[in-house]
Write a protein that binds this ligand. Sequence first.
Ligand code: ADP
Ligand code: SF4
Ligand code: MG
Length: 361
Amino acid sequence: MSENSPGPSPAADSADGSANLLEVRNLVKHFPIKSGILVDRQVGAVRAVDDVSFDVARGETLGLVGESGCGKSTLCRTVLKLLEPTSGSVRFEGTEISHMGRRGLQPLRREMQMIFQDPFASLNPRRRVGQIVGGPLKLHGIASGSTLKRQVQDLLERVGLNPEHYNRFPHEFSGGQRQRIGIARALALRPKLIVADEPVSALDVSIQAQIINLLEDLQDEFKLTYIFVAHDLGVIRHVSDRIAVMYLGKIVELGPADEVYSNPIHPYTLSLLSALPIPDPRANAEREPIVLEGDVPSPADPPAACRFHTRCPYATEICSEVEPELVLHDREHWAACHHPLNRGDPHAAQEALAKPDRDSA
Ligand SMILES: Nc1ncnc2c1ncn2[C@@H]1O[C@H](COP(=O)(O)OP(=O)(O)O)[C@@H](O)[C@H]1O
Ligand code: SF4
Ligand SMILES: [Mg+2]
């Protein structure tokens, strides 16, 4: 995989000679399943992330999508070393961080921040907003006293909150405002990479667009690189430059966002797309959505070969016998499937979706 890495090709003009801020190779995170009363014995493993490789270019937004439980959060936390990887490599600005200890990671922690799905659970209810947002600045010895207060108030203002609310507690804010507090905290140390793990999934639809717009504005202003996680393709369509689709611990498709939406290669991506509402009610009624059969299998005992074969409408014998590799189909468009869609017949998937207005969504 290293020779044909699923990401943008290296460019010579950036500081470390690569256009990539982040390079992830063969990353694995298994959670042991233990049993036994007196002595813990490992009897299996939840294969939450299983051999995942991708790059993230400086300044881009990589959308990461897949059903709940497919390993998105585990992947994000392992990439940021909030979880210890089972194996594999993570390079941030060319530096290998997967084996680094706490002290080595300390200066890099500033550069990589996370925004969480549930802003209420991720904010300490007993701390005032000023302490929450200013905490990282204080911890890293960047500001104190009146400078700290001014910097925090600037941040609050920048994310659309009233700087006078510096002394309030999280419960005094609405869900959308609380997510703005989480964003201000993530922004405080001027990171290069922000991993936003379903940052709008817990918010009302009317608030979602406001938060997404804010994140987009901040990306331009602070030259941020994002990994933006969502469980459906609708939310991340407009913010993502590229999209990675995950199924049961693996990336099954990765490519430029427009390509993934208009010419999906993997049947699982097609099923996610077919679940999206399309604006034209007539077209919506006419199309036949791809309904997946069966439940999502357990990552503790994933199906052999292609993990999607138990639910895939296109599966044949080979799918349960040989694992399909993630291969490059077009420029930067990767997929892992023995029977790729949209290759021979460029209109096959479009017809399957009957989606005349999807592009204007
Ligand atoms: N700390 C943990 N211990 C054991 N299993 C875990 C742990 N965290 C996550 N998992 C399991 O790993 C799988 C992937 O979970 P997660 O990464 O949260 O998925 P997603 O974010 O896509 O919903 C799930 O089966 C989940 O139950
Ligand atoms: S390899 Fe086979 S089972 Fe897997 S997605 Fe492709 S067609 Fe479906
Ligand atoms: Mg998650």
